[in-house]
Design a protein around this ligand. Structure first.
Ligand code: BDP
Length: 588
């Protein structure tokens, strides 16, 4: 476990973001040719960003690419600990410093941390090899054998051939930083808030540190100070607060928890964690935040933008939150992988609820499922470790649309849900399915997510028949499992500027009409705890007959974030106003 890097009175942090040098390695010769010590013919590349759209010859390059930059470690205290932190690199990264191997990490969406040891010096050369190749055993997968039981077999025809409906952008996608920690340092904090009495809370803080050397812990939160002698590597402290300002959608108050380690008068380490005091429950079929029911209104999204690809662009994230507010959404799901920590900072600050999803999209249960289960357990543990202290994250989604029509699916999910529940008993667990009542793994989830495209992939052009089917299916799921259900995806493609009256498929009117009909249906069902439109914005997918121009056009905003009629419709429904949009174009 590791705390997110920050600078403090005892810690140093600097960024390596900016242009790096890059060389694609289509024949996979780099390691044998000694590129680990430096690249023979590199070209500039931006970090963070996907490599695919930075150069025309890299668009469909999904192999290994080598990055290098200079790393100047400042003079540091003896025994301090220098670490390299890569926010994310897709799909796998391996790191060398001055030709010496530091380690590797797989998965693509979670931070990778490498000890720099004593090697780093001013002018060191850092080399990172990023391998974008997916295989049948990776999560997510690509290239698995076709089987009619795996429903998305039709996507076998798409290019590139991957087991999911978004472009497999490659590269260093999130910030790269170097941190220097003091010798004796905090390694983890876990903060849990429980209600106490009529207006109080009890905040449990679990502290982990690098060693068991006796020292004093000082915690401060909301003006309360707590001092405690530590003699073990981990300990737990409790802070009681009367009538604190809670974190909620309306007032997303964050308090700074300051944690310090002291040796007599000497400060050993200091860390500041923003904390939102809130608790989440499922009770009587409702989702409750701080004891009050909340209905989730929002979207599935993607980290996706022209040229930067899946790389972090802070301005795009800020704009997305502005647009979430513009249309009155209160939540989103991090479909279909963990999003950047910088994005979740905004959710914490702005009071937006998040369903945090693992990269387990389109899981398949043929040969090698045990290996994929291990990967899923590691990825789930990594996601929980990274985001467990975030007030915005209220639910964990452990998989999206598994192809679970196979015997292995049941034991697979029994183990995966047990693993997540043991790691975080404070948040409900969700499984997002396309199979509906047939989804045996629903038995292990607390919230049953359903993705439904009746009126689009089925009942094509017939919205009324689509919603009739939707209602019947949702009711059957609830009757069978007796658990809260969420409509986690629904929608229709709309080519921006394409209009039709009466509405026809691919027109903005059809998309808006379908969304309206779905909301009419689900808002009347008391066991449905929310609905997320697919998708917030158009996004780059793979080339396929159903993906015009390589984009999935189910966004209610275009890829450059202009509203379609569907966005105006949502604003009207979720906020009750139209912002001057042409109401005559809205479906009645
Ligand atoms: C669902 C998937 C999502 C796709 C969407 C679609 O969860 O990733 O993009 O359908 O077809 O099956 O648009």
């Amino acid at each position: 476990m590791s705390l997110r890097p920050q600078s403090s009175a005892a810690r140093v942090l600097f960024t390596l973001d900016g242009p790096w040098q890059f060389q694609p390695d289509p024949d996979d010769v780099g390691e044998a040719a000694g590129w680990t010590g430096g690249l023979p013919a590199p070209r500039p590349i931006a970090v963070p960003a996907s490599w695919n759209e930075q150069y025309g010859d890299l668009v469909h390059f999904f192999g290994a690419g080598w990055y290098q930059t200079r790393l100047d470690l400042p003079p540091r205290a003896p025994n301090s600990v220098a670490q390299l932190h890569i926010g994310s690199a897709f799909y796998r990264c391996d790191v060398w410093l001055d030709g010496e191997y530091l380690g590797g990490a797989e998965g693509g969406y979670l931070p990778a941390i490498f000890a720099l040891g004593e090697r780093a010096r001013p002018g060191s050369r850092l080399v990172v090899r990023v391998d974008g190749r997916l295989s049948p055993t990776t999560v997510p997968s690509a290239g698995q054998p076709s089987d009619p039981r795996d429903v998305f077999a039709s996507f076998d025809q798409q290019f590139p051939r991957v087991g999911f409906d978004f472009f497999p952008y490659c590269g260093i996608h999130r910030p790269v930083r170097v941190t220097v920690l003091p010798e004796h340092h905090l390694t983890d904090l876990t903060v849990v808030t429980d209600p106490e009495g009529s207006d109080g809370v009890r905040v449990r803080v679990r502290v982990e540190r690098s060693d068991a050397r006796p020292c004093t812990l000082r915690l401060s939160l909301c003006g309360q100070e707590l001092t405690m002698a530590l003699a073990r590597q981990h300990d737990e402290a409790t802070i009681g607060l009367t009538a604190p300002r809670l974190w909620s959608l309306e007032t997303p108050t964050l308090h700074d928890l300051r944690a310090e380690l002291w040796d007599g008068p000497h400060l050993l380490d200091s860390y500041q964690l923003p904390v939102g005091l809130r608790w989440v429950e499922l009770r009587d079929g409702l989702l409750l935040l701080n004891g009050r029911p909340v209905r989730l209104r929002g979207f599935g999204k993607h980290e996706d933008f022209p040229i930067s690809g899946r790389g972090l662009v802070q301005a795009v994230n800020v704009r997305d939150f502005d647009l979430l507010r513009w249309c009155g959404a209160n939540s989103f799901r991090t479909t279909h992988y963990p999003y950047s920590e910088e994005l979740l900072d905004l959710a914490d600050q702005l009071g937006v609820l998040v369903i945090g999803e693992t990269p387990a999209v389109g899981l398949w249960f043929g040969e090698g499922w045990e290996r994929r289960l291990e990967r899923c357990q590691e990825l789930t543990a990594g996601l929980i470790a990274r985001d467990k202290n975030r007030p915005s994250v209220i639910i964990w989604s452990l998989a999206n649309e598994p192809m679970s029509d196979r015997p292995a699916a049941e034991p697979f999910f029994a183990r995966l849900f047990a693993c997540a529940r043991a790691l975080d008993p404070t948040r409900p667990l969700m499984l997002v399915s396309w199979r509906g009542v047939e989804e045996a793994a629903y038995a292990h989830a607390d919230i049953l997510g359903l993705n439904r495209y009746a009126g689009w992939y089925s009942e094509q052009g017939q919205i009324e028949r689509g919603v009739a089917r939707l209602k019947a299916e949702l009711s059957a799921i609830h009757a069978h499992y007796g658990k809260p259900v969420m409509l986690t995806e629904f929608g229709a493609e709309a080519i921006p500027g394409l209009h039709a009256a009466p509405p026809e498929m691919f027109s903005e009117e059809y998309q808006a009409a379908l969304i309206a009909a779905y909301l009419d249906t689900t808002e009347a069902l008391p066991f449905v705890i929310g609905e997320h439109v697919w998708n917030f914005a158009d996004f780059r997918a793979n080339q396929h007959t159903t993906r015009v121009g390589g984009l999935n056009h189910k966004g209610v905003f275009t890829r450059d974030r202009r509203p379609k009629l569907g966005a105006h419709l949502l604003r009207k429904r979720w906020r009750g106003d139209t912002d001057g949009s042409p109401p005559t174009l809205l479906p009645a």
